[in-house]
Design a protein around this ligand. Structure first.
Ligand code: ZN
Length: 303
């Protein structure tokens, strides 16, 4: 069976995409060509100061579909899609991000439609449809947690899980619902070794029903595949590493989540473990990364 490089299911027939998945992402059942000069994108070198940020070295291109939906091209204004090609500094980030987004779905987390696309030079790029840009040109209002906390972008690491909970409690239309969603996202972040969940990688959106709610999850990847000792960007109960049940209990209490509801989150992740490791195993990541990713998921799941 063929792995669908959009949804991650392994029944894509001739593949490598379900026609329905292409339709959902691009509005057409064929794979668009990517009209982006790849050679210029692989020469990225950044002098990194302070904390090494993996997503910070990953270049995001705003792209749009041509009217015939056959080609993705650089958008001069607002593109409906973001394209992330390989970054020179760290290997395999597009594959890493795609796998991690598919794992999020298995863990019950909302993510925007996304896929891996093969560029002309044979490398993989990650493409995602922006959830805050709608088909008819309308936009969802969106504010990331850095803005909500009234911090400059450079303050994106001055957060904690508890601070994020406070922002949701203050601003979300249904704080109890979104605090549970946020709790799940922190558990997931730990599970997949994402050391780059900072204040700019969480946001509230005002959706079509004018509800203010936690946005679909974005910019998630296993940073430990490229920085093996990477820890959480934002502490949970004061801890960035070695999270045990005590820290999760404290976070659930801080968020006002009952013990049963919190236990269900962990149990659901644990139940997703076989599907999660199978997906990682079949993914286009190179073998050592597949092994490391699977080992981390097995080590950190409990329920
Ligand atoms: Zn699919």
């Amino acid at each position: 069976m063929t792995l669908c490089l959009a949804c991650g299911a392994d029944d894509a027939g001739d593949g490598p995409y379900h026609a329905a998945c292409l339709l959902e992402l691009f509005g057409v059942a064929t794979v668009p060509a990517v009209d982006v000069e790849v050679a210029r994108l692989h020469t990225l070198a950044l002098a990194m100061v302070g904390r090494v940020s993996v997503s910070g070295v990953q270049r995001k291109l705003s792209v749009r579909l041509t009217a015939d939906r056959a080609t993705l091209q650089i958008a001069l204004g607002d593109g409906r899609y973001l394209l992330k090609p390989q970054a020179g500094t760290f290997p395999n980030l597009p594959e890493n991000e795609w796998v991690t987004q598919r794992l999020a779905v298995l863990a019950g987390i909302e993510v925007p439609p996304c896929a891996l696309l093969r560029l002309r030079d044979g490398t993989w790029a990650y493409v995602v449809r922006r959830f805050d840009r709608l088909e008819d040109g309308r936009k969802w209002a969106m504010e990331d947690f850095c803005q909500l906390a009234e911090l400059a972008p450079s303050g994106k690491y001055d957060g904690s899980a508890e601070r994020c909970g406070k922002l949701v409690r203050r601003h979300a239309s249904e704080p109890l619902v979104d605090l549970l969603r946020l709790y799940r996202q922190f558990v997931f972040t730990w599970w997949v070794g994402n050391g780059d969940l900072h204040l700019k990688n969480l946001a509230l959106v005002r959706d079509d029903d004018r509800r203010i709610r936690l946005s679909p999850a974005y910019d998630q990847l296993n940073t430990r595949l490229v920085l093996p000792d990477d820890t959480l960007a934002m502490p949970i109960a004061g801890k960035r590493d070695n999270l045990q049940t005590g820290a999760w209990r404290k976070l659930a209490e801080n968020f006002g989540i009952g013990a049963k509801a919190a236990a269900r989150v962990h149990a659901e992740l644990f139940a997703a473990l076989p599907a999660a490791t199978a997906l990682v195993e079949r993914s286009p990541l190179p073998e050592p990364m597949r092994e490391a990713y699977g080992a981390l998921l097995r080590a950190r799941a409990f329920g």
